[in-house]
Design a protein around this ligand. Sequence first.
Ligand SMILES: Nc1nc2c(c(=O)[nH]1)N[C@H]1C(S)=C(S)[C@@H](COP(=O)(O)O)O[C@H]1N2
Ligand SMILES: [Mo]
Length: 499
Amino acid sequence: MNRWTAALIGLLGVAAALAAGHLVAGLVGPSASPFLAVGNTAIDFTPSAVKDFAIRAFGTADKLVLLLGMAVVLVALATAAGLLSRRSPRPGTVLAVVIGLLGVGAVLYRPDLGQLGVLAPIASLVAGVVVFRWLHAKASETPTVDGRRTFLIASGATAVGAGLAGLTGQLIGGRVDVEASRRAVGDLKPFASAPAIPADADFAAEGTPAFITPNKDFYRIDTALSVPRVRAEDWVLRVHGMVDRELTLRYDDLRRRDLVERTVTLVCVSNEVGGRYISTANFVGVPLRDVLMEAGVHPDADQLFSTSADGWTAGTPTAVVLERDRGALIALGMNGEPLPVEHGFPARLVVPGLYGYVSATKWVVDLELTTFADRRAYWLERQWAREAPVKVMSRIDRPRRQSKVSGRVVATGVAWAQPTGVAEVEVRVDNGPWRATTLSADVSDSTWRMWRVELDLPPGGHTIESRATDKSGSTQPQARLDPLPDGATGWHSVFFTVE
Ligand SMILES: Nc1nc2c(c(=O)[nH]1)N[C@H]1C(S)=C(S)[C@@H](COP(=O)(O)O)O[C@H]1N2
Ligand SMILES: [Mo]
C-alpha cells in the first residue's frame, strides 16, 4: 500500500469517528461530542501555570488556540496511524481504540454530562475502527484498476458520509435554540434602576475605556470550550444544603420579582498589572441576599458553593453575600438586554468586590450552603486562594507603552477598589514626586474610576507610574506580585518618549 493511501485511510478513519460521535452527541447532549469533551477535560487537567500563560498570551482566543492545537495533533496521529498500518491494519486499529477510550474517559469525567453522554465517544470508537478496517481491506485488495476504483468510491463515500453525519449532529444539537429563548425573554425592566451614568464618568475621548463596557467588548473568561446552552424556560436554580427551606426557582419566578439594577465592575484575578480583564456593566437581577434569607441560611454555613450548568464551581464567603450593602445579585440582564450567552444566560452571580473566580458563576444552576471545610471549588483545586477580595489597583491607558507624544502630555487611566471605592490616584514621572490627578465623577464604590493629569515634560524618554488609594486609606503597594494565588499587585509603569 503506498504512503498516500495509507495516510488517507488514517485521516478518513478519524473523520468518520469524529462525525459519528458528533451525530450521537447531537442526540444525547452537544457537549458530549468527543472533540469538545476531550478539549474541555484537557482544560480541567491543564496545570494552572499553563492555563495562566494561555490566558495571558491568547486572551479570549485561548479556546481557539486549544482547538487548533488539538486538530493538529489529531491529524498527525491519524496520519501516523495510517502510515504504521501499511502492512497490517492492527497498529491503526489499536491507535483508534486508544483515542476512542480517551474520548470515553473525557466524557465520563465531565460533571455536566449524564450517563448517556458516553454513547457519543463509543460511537466514535466503533465508527473509527470499522471504517478504518473497511477502507484498509479495500485498499489491500489486488491493485487492479477495478480494485482501485472500489477503494476510491469507498473513500469518497466515507468522506461524504462523515460530512453528512457531522452536519446532522450539528443540526440536531442546535435544536436547543438558546438565542430564540433569549429573544423571547424580552425586556427585563428593573423596578429600581441604577443611577444614570454622568457624562464626566470617564475620559474616553482621552484614552480611558468608556464607563460602561458594551456587551460585545466585555472581557470574557471561563473554562467552557462550548458555551453552555440553557434555555430560560428549562432553567431551574436549586438553593439547598444548610438552609431551613430548600428553594427551587424558575426563570419566571425570578423575573416576576422586583428586579434591581446595579452598575458593577467585574475583574479577573488573572489580570496582570496593566491588564485588560476588567469591565463594567449595568446588571439587572434579584438581590442574592433576599433569596438566601428566604431559604434561611444556617449560621455555620460559611460557604456559598455555586455550580454552573457545565459543572464549574465557585465558593463565596456566605458572610460577604449576606452583607446588606454588598449588592450581590443573581443577574438576569446586562446593559439593557438579557445576559449574553457567553456571559451566563439565563442567570449568573455578580458579587461586587470579589474576583470572578470566587463569585461570578455564569449559567448558575445550583446554590449550596455548606462550609469551606466540606467542599472545594474549581480553582481552589488548582492552587488559587480561597479568599479573593479585589485589590486596589490602577492602570495607565495614555500615553501608550513605547509611544511618541508631542507637545503637552495628557495621561489618563483607570483605577478600582471595589467595594471600598477609589479616593485618589497619583502619578509620578521618572521617580519624581507623586502628584495628584483629577478623578472622574464618583459613580459607585463598586465600579472603577478614571483619572487624568496634564504633564509638562522635556523632550526625551520618560517613565510614568501610577498608584491608587481606596476610601479606607489603603494605597496600592509597590511590590510586584503575580496573579497566583489571589491577584496581582504592583505599580503600573509606562515608558514613552516626548518629541
Ligand atoms: N460557569 C463559569 N462561570 C464563571 C467562570 C467559568 O469558568 N465558568 N469563570 C469566572 C471568572 S474566572 C471570571 S473572571 C468571570 C468572568 O465573567 P465574564 O466572562 O462575564 O467577564 O466569570 C466567572 N464565572
Ligand atoms: Mo477570572
